[in-house]
Ligand binder design. Sequence first.
Ligand code: ACO
Length: 326
Amino acid sequence: MYRARIISTGYYLPERVVTNKELEKLVDTTDEWITTRTGIKERHIAAAGESSSDMGIRAARWALEKAHMKPEEIDALICATATPDHSFPATSCLIQKALKFTNAFAFDVSAACSGFLYALTVAETMLLADKAKTVLVVATEKLSSVTDWTDRSTCVLFGDGAGAAILKKENGERGILSTYLKSDGTLSDLLMVPAGGSRKPASEETIKNREHYLRMDGNEVFRMAVHKMIEAVEEAIKRAGIKTEDVKFFVPHQANLRIIDAIAKRLKIKPEQMFVNLYKTGNTSAASIAIAISEAEEQGLIKSGDIIVLVSFGAGFTWGGIALRW
Ligand code: ACO
């Protein structure tokens, strides 16, 4: 059976690390509060001139090197980001320019923290429909560019970074087994950047009101994230025709350890089967699962033939699950 398989991954985290202790100097918070409420200890923050495409380029370059591939072998490039370099051109086109993907068509996908799973699903669809032979998915975010560093309820949560995956169509058992995507736009107000788009273009007033920064109803997002990520895991497993016991590893969106623990408890998954790196990355939105699977592979935690389930939840709201045999 033909499947779309991830043949290589890469990731990049900016050099600068900001600890909870440093945030204590910025806002009225404590390392203890952040650690117990979220599990996050530190996060990587991009340099002032470093953009989402710059980070995506680093992750993509590593994935290409690991696959021993030349840029011209990529024929589609999908970038998942909620923090593009510009409204247009697409961030994927900037990555294409830098890495000379001369044979590729490139476009962006916007699904916030679910962006990587949405992009993987589009990649799988294009591969199985023979619209592309090799697809590069890059998920990259500079959340620090929309973070209000005076708002303690959000600024402690986020980080910057990028992950990349190269997919090919192959005949065999390995690859994507199932995908499940869902969204509910009626709840879009609960997590958004209010200004800077066409609804409310940036102006002196929007800047004064700090509306160009991310705003979130944390409690409601938390509740929905747990509920919908459980749904996404169950649906991805069902669609793959497997059982929870068949899954070696779960790679959840890295937003909050309490969200991950609640999902594990409800689905009776051993905590050690949940990949967690948020203590050092914070929430990197679309990039989070892309970074996590690449890191898990680097650490030898995922091996060829293992069944893994990726699960996400983000602004929109958007959520999804993907089961795959590595
Ligand atoms: N430091 C100290 N105190 C804080 C901080 C902080 N950084 N932030 C909020 N508080 C205070 C609040 O003001 C409140 O004080 P009060 O009781 O005097 O009013 C108190 O802590 C409790 O606030 P809650 O919001 O109820 O705290 P909660 O335990 O719910 O944790 C959090 C808040 C961490 C934001 C949680 O709701 C959460 O993780 N939500 C999910 C958000 C998320 O991950 N969003 C990312 C995008 S979507 C996604 O990726 C899933």
